[in-house]
Write a protein that binds this ligand. Structure first.
Ligand code: NAD
Ligand code: MG
Length: 392
């Protein structure tokens, strides 16, 4: 069995850290050959020193000296956005793990596909923004897209879907995404206005980067994941549903036309889905703890509070409308989350902003990549105006 040579984009983040753990855990199956990060030169160097990756990339060129000082060997050093694309096409790589927060991973992901690399995708934002472009490019280049997001990795496992992510599945009746419900699962809607950044950053079951943690609190994360599932598995939006499952043990489920449902279960640790994306279609032993059923007292499921968490219906609307609207929703959400984290808007204003920008957008059907990028930029500008109007 072949050892997979992997480039990690977003190596200093939460997913990046888990990827390093997986590589350390299954060295016969995973080797890290490239590491890229935005600006944390020191952390990138520590990761490189540990893995001895042949190439590293730092997007923030001003930190080059810090990177060089901290490196204990001499990898190839790439810089800036051009460097990011270059490392995504590294000759020696079989697979690129896209774990950059937001949409900055889109261009390197497309470059990697063109260079014939399989893609392991954690960055759901790029699939929401440009799902059609990414899945079509992958089909054309005959490369695989392996989902890393835990829910989609679970669905991938339940579907045993093989290598054709965009193929439609007539035997699937529903895809059921599980959602922890986030820190405000039981908070009454009338208290949302006073939610603080610190409260929203305390996720009950997962330890993740700040953007996705806020998305999990508003449930925009699950909204983005609905659209992500639509593109990854070729299933219409109306067959993608959400169920709240506070324990985060069942990572998602697939209901088939014969009424049978398959689920995937494990503890909530991103090393599970990362490993499966890398070793697929094989399963290999590791040091991760299996479930201890004597300690799992219960698994609960309930319907989301759609009225209190409008993100789910906004995402459904965006996904069903299609065209440029999902890119607009995603970009507006990024602006809103940044504003909330910078204490420039209150918690419910995150979805107020997103809804307002979506309502003002004139959707372009079947957009090419340029049209998507224009819509993304437009939504960021509209969102920023909205934030400014709040702080006047
Ligand atoms: P994080 O904030 O912890 O890390 C972000 C990483 O992206 C860092 O390495 C940073 O250097 C890099 N980065 C940021 N901007 C960049 C840019 N312009 N160019 C290049 N690199 C850049 O985020 P995370 O929690 O690891 O999440 C990463 C992605 O994975 C997100 O899209 C998120 O939705 C997805 N995801 C994360 C988890 C999780 O458990 N953390 C689970 C599922 C999906
Ligand atoms: Mg997820």
């Amino acid at each position: 069995m072949k050892r997979k040579r992997v480039v990690v984009l977003g190596a200093t983040g939460s997913i990046g850290e888990s990827a390093l753990k997986v590589a350390h855990d299954i060295p016969d199956r995973m080797e890290i050959v490239g590491l890229a990060a935005n600006s944390n030169a020191k952390k990138l160097a520590v990761a490189a020193n540990k893995t001895r990756a042949e190439a590293v990339c730092l997007v923030d060129e001003s930190k080059l000296d810090a990177l060089k000082t901290a490196l204990e060997y001499q990898p190839k050093i790439l810089l800036g956005e051009a460097g990011l694309k270059e490392i995504a096409c590294l000759d020696n790589a079989d697979m690129v793990l896209v774990a950059i927060v937001g949409t900055a991973g889109l261009r390197p992901a497309l470059a990697a596909i063109e260079a014939g690399k399989d893609l392991a995708v954690a960055s759901k934002e790029i699939l929401v923004m440009a799902g059609e472009a990414v899945t079509e490019a992958a089909q054309k280049a005959r490369v695989k897209i392996l989902p890393v997001d835990s829910e989609h990795n679970a669905i991938f496992q339940c579907l045993q879907s093989g290598s054709n992510p965009a193929s439609s599945r007539p035997d699937v009746r529903r895809i059921i995404l599980t959602a922890s419900g986030g820190p405000f699962r039981q908070t009454p809607g009338r208290d949302f206005d006073s939610i603080t950044v610190e409260q929203a950053l305390k996720h009950p079951t997962w330890n993740m980067g700040p953007k996705i943690t806020i998305d999990s609190a508003t449930l925009f994360n699950k909204g983005l994941e609905m659209i992500e599932a639509h593109w990854l598995f070729g299933v219409e939006m109306k067959r993608v549903e959400v169920v709240v499952h506070p324990q985060s043990i069942v990572h998602s489920m697939v209901e088939f036309t014969d009424g049978s449902t398959l689920a995937q279960l494990s503890y909530s640790d991103m090393c599970f889905p990362i490993q499966y994306a890398v070793t697929w279609p094989d399963r290999v032993p590791n040091s991760l703890p299996p479930l201890d059923f004597s300690k799992l007292s219960r698994l609960e499921f309930s319907t989301p509070r759609y009225g209190d968490f409008p993100a789910l219906n906004l995402a459904r609307r965006a996904g069903e409308t299609g065209g440029t609207l999902p890119a607009v929703m995603n970009a507006a959400n990024e602006i809103a989350v940044a504003a909330f984290l910078n204490r420039k808007c209150r918690f419910p204003q995150i979805w107020h902003l997103v809804e307002r920008v979506m309502e003002r957008h004139e959707t372009v059907a079947h957009p090419d990549l340029d049209a998507i990028l224009r819509a993304d930029q437009w939504a960021r500008e509209e969102g920023t105006k909205f934030v400014k109007s709040l702080n006047r």
